[in-house]
Ligand binder design. Structure first.
Ligand SMILES: C[S@@+](CC[C@H](N)C(=O)[O-])C[C@H]1O[C@@H](n2cnc3c(N)ncnc32)[C@H](O)[C@@H]1O
Length: 409
């Protein structure tokens, strides 16, 4: 059946912006002949062929510009791969979660448009918490996993171990026998999988470790060797609605063909601070510090006192550290509350300090609980970064879309 009443028959309503108008161009006979003798998709006449060729040309040009920004002598993009313009077919952004811990970065990144396709965490207690909250058991030691066995993904997330770079660690950096080299596992996976973007997180001390050499090596590997457009910034959890000072360096990278040369980190809001008192619960059971321990250890020496807060405190507290359960007398924060007058933060307060939801499941011991939250990330801070990354990616991909579907008039 042709035309008539058939659904969709007749001339399509074309928006003004897509209507074609006659334009003059000047061509030699040779070029005209070449165009006419060239098969161009389904085009029959000179005008259709010209439009199609111009579109192909423009697309290739943009792609070429993107490719030329990559230093091909060093880059992994030697195979002139076709630029992927869209995310997954069902519009899901796939991601992997490395050094997953209890999934703090995942929590910030995950939304209804993302799918986690792989996670790795070797600590059995962290894996237990991870499973209880995300319904999947992470794979173990990442150093033993061949990157070819990791599913393709759009985004790589990794809070690679910070102990060797930490201000309170021994500053061993890359020289740390096992933990220091884990960055290179991130690197090898990026190299193999070439995700569209990555999000790495670490302690601020990473910037100054070995007089800045450690960080320089990291950035040189990500930008120079892999060709990613890489950005970094130190962000502080207290500017993202948490009552805790927690500075972390966040590194974000975009695959070079995406041509993202600018990335504006969210800064949060330093004018709106959340007081610690707003997250405290009254007299939770089982967190008291005995009078004996207070006198014999916590307040014994005259070399400074631990930070104490109460229900009127409007400050932001010291960084929650993984060894909080050891009652760190100079770096820890304790609450004036409970039967003995001083107690540790409760589980609920630890969740709130880090921006995890109150219903986050903690199926492990008290010691493990503090370790896990202290090792994790400020969730709202990671969410702000993740949202900005997603917006940036969408904008870049929209710019790269080939012009299609122009209707001939
Ligand atoms: C700084 S924590 C990351 C925490 C995580 N971002 C979170 O939100 O909970 C680093 C994690 O890497 C894990 N890890 C260290 N070496 C590993 C390895 N070889 N394979 C897998 N996980 C490892 C540690 O057990 C730890 O949980």
């Amino acid at each position: 059946m042709r035309g008539g009443n058939r659904k969709g028959a007749g001339r399509k309503n074309v928006p003004d912006s897509q209507k074609k108008h006659p334009r003059n161009i000047y061509l030699t006979d040779d070029i005209y002949q070449e165009i006419m003798s060239t098969e161009v998709n389904d085009c029959n006449n000179f005008s259709q062929k010209c439009v199609e060729l111009i579109q192909i040309g423009l697309y290739k040009l943009r792609e070429g510009m993107q490719m030329s920004k990559i230093d091909k002598s060093k880059s992994i993009y030697m195979n002139d791969q076709i630029v992927e313009c869209t995310t997954q077919k069902n519009n899901q952004l796939t991601f992997i979660d490395l050094f997953a811990g209890i999934g703090g970065i995942r929590k910030g990144f995950e939304d209804s448009n993302t799918t986690c396709v792989f996670s790795s965490e070797w600590d059995k207690y962290a894996a237990k918490t991870y499973e209880a909250n995300y319904g999947e058991i992470p794979y173990g030691d990442i150093t033993k996993i061949n990157s070819k066995d990791i599913p393709n993904h759009d985004v790589l997330l990794a809070g690679f171990p910070c102990q060797p770079f930490s201000n309170i660690g021994k500053r061993e950096g890359f020289s740390h026998e096992t933990q220091g080299t884990l960055f290179f596992d991130v690197l090898r996976i990026l190299k193999e999988k070439q995700p569209k973007m990555f999000l790495l997180e670490n302690v601020k001390g990473l910037l100054t470790n070995d007089n800045g050499n450690t960080f320089n090596v990291i950035m040189e590997k990500l930008s120079g060797e892999l060709g990613y457009n890489t950005f970094h910034k130190v962000l502080d959890a207290q500017n993202f609605g948490l009552p805790q000072r927690r500075e972390r360096v966040v590194i974000v990278g975009f695959r070079p063909d995406l041509c993202i040369t600018d990335f504006e980190f969210p800064n949060g809001n330093s004018n709106v601070k959340v007081p610690i008192s707003s997250i405290l619960e009254k007299n939770p059971k089982g967190y008291t510090i005995s009078k004996h321990l207070q006198n014999s250890y916590l307040f014994k020496k005259d070399d400074g006192k631990p930070q104490l807060v109460d229900f009127d405190s409007d400050i932001q507290v010291n960084t929650l550290v993984a060894s909080y359960h050891k009652i760190q007398r100079l770096t820890g924060t304790f609450v004036k509350d409970g039967d003995t007058g001083v107690r540790l933060f409760s589980e609920l307060e630890a969740k709130r300090l880090m921006g995890f939801p109150d219903d986050f499941v903690v199926p492990v011991s008290r010691t493990q609980m503090y370790r896990q939250f202290g090792n994790s990330v400020a969730v709202p801070m990671m969410r702000a970064v993740a949202d900005t990354m997603k917006e940036t990616l969408i904008k870049a991909e929209n710019k790269m879309k080939p012009i299609t579907d122009l209707t001939y008039v």
